[in-house]
Design a protein around this ligand. Structure first.
Ligand code: SF4
Length: 300
């Protein structure tokens, strides 16, 4: 039987839903019930009636789905898909930086482990980071783990003092200002749409800065016909599907190997054998949920 048909059949039998990030392989995005950025996926996971959630992405995303759905089975087709940025900030490091700044709030990017989330006051995604920080009564904010996203938030909220951690996404960090300038020279009519995980000097060259959802929306609504896309290359699939008459140019270096691990074979295997289940320590899940819930409550 065709692998896609088999996946669809097993999904119905097990009352499962497949969630995939915008950076996943094209064939994974095409088989998914829902494709989105971290915020949209977290919301979808919190709302679904399905008993089984198959999460195509990296571990922190699947952990997030389990945290907001402790009673459901969350499966990861590729349990070794780990986000390098999430590994850059441990709970102990957050405790240590907080102890030196006791009046500061700790805002943590969702690209972090469940254990790190237990030490955060509130989570954020790249789509809502500015709103989350702005919503806090504290003037001083410790922002972990992504220094580039933290710097972007600081540029939008000069009245706040942000204390940065030195984490970064290797994929977005790989896009240098020189690369952006070169591509702009080749395609002078193109609008430059960039993700805030990129270096600040590269972001200075952007016409628009936003999450993957923001980039998709901008490409749809803009009257421009050509775009330079400064984020992980997986998003090009959806951009081309949604805007067949427009042209998209991207950066060869912007590939996240972890987001490419999940494929149709691993999804089929995962559904067939119900593996690999995401299991979290109950107390870790409960404490991490507080910071995620605070963010989800701000969604409207
Ligand atoms: S693209 Fe960057 S932030 Fe996203 S999963 Fe890969 S390494 Fe982590």
């Amino acid at each position: 039987m065709d692998i896609r048909k088999e996946i669809t059949q097993l999904k119905a039998e097990k009352n499962a839903i497949i969630l995939a990030h915008n950076y996943c392989l094209p064939e994974v995005q095409d088989i998914a019930d829902f494709v989105g950025d971290s915020l949209a996926l977290a919301i979808k996971a919190s709302e679904t009636d399905a008993e089984v959630i198959v999460f195509c992405g990296v571990r922190f995303m699947a952990e997030g789905a389990k945290i907001v759905n402790p009673e459901k089975t969350v499966l990861m087709p590729e349990p070794d898909a780990l986000c390098p940025m999430a590994s850059m900030c441990s709970p102990d490091q957050i405790i240590s930086i907080r102890s030196g700044n006791p009046d500061a709030a700790v805002v943590g990017y969702v690209n972090s482990t469940a254990a790190a989330k237990t030490e955060m006051d509130i989570c954020c995604t790249s789509a809502n980071a500015v709103n989350v920080v702005d919503s806090l009564p504290q003037d001083v904010v410790i922002f972990v783990p992504d220094a580039n996203l933290g710097a972007y938030v600081q540029s939008k909220l000069p009245a706040k003092r942000i204390i940065f951690w030195d984490g970064y996404c290797p994929t977005h960090q790989a896009i240098t200002p020189a690369m952006v300038r070169n591509l702009k020279e080749v395609h002078p009519q193109a609008e430059v749409l960039m993700h805030p995980e990129c270096r600040p000097q590269a972001l200075e060259l952007a016409d628009f800065i936003g999450s993957t959802a923001g980039i998709l929306e901008r490409a749809r609504s803009s009257s421009a016909q050509e775009f330079i896309i400064g984020t992980e290359r997986g998003i090009i699939h959806r951009l081309r599907q949604e805007n067949p008459a427009k042209e998209f140019y991207d950066f060869e270096v912007a590939i996240c190997p972890m987001m490419k691990m999940t494929d149709l074979t691993s999804i089929l295997d995962c559904l067939r054998h119900e593996r690999t289940k995401v299991v979290l320590d109950e107390s870790v899940a409960k404490r991490a949920r507080t910071s995620l819930d605070r963010m989800l409550q701000l969604k409207g």
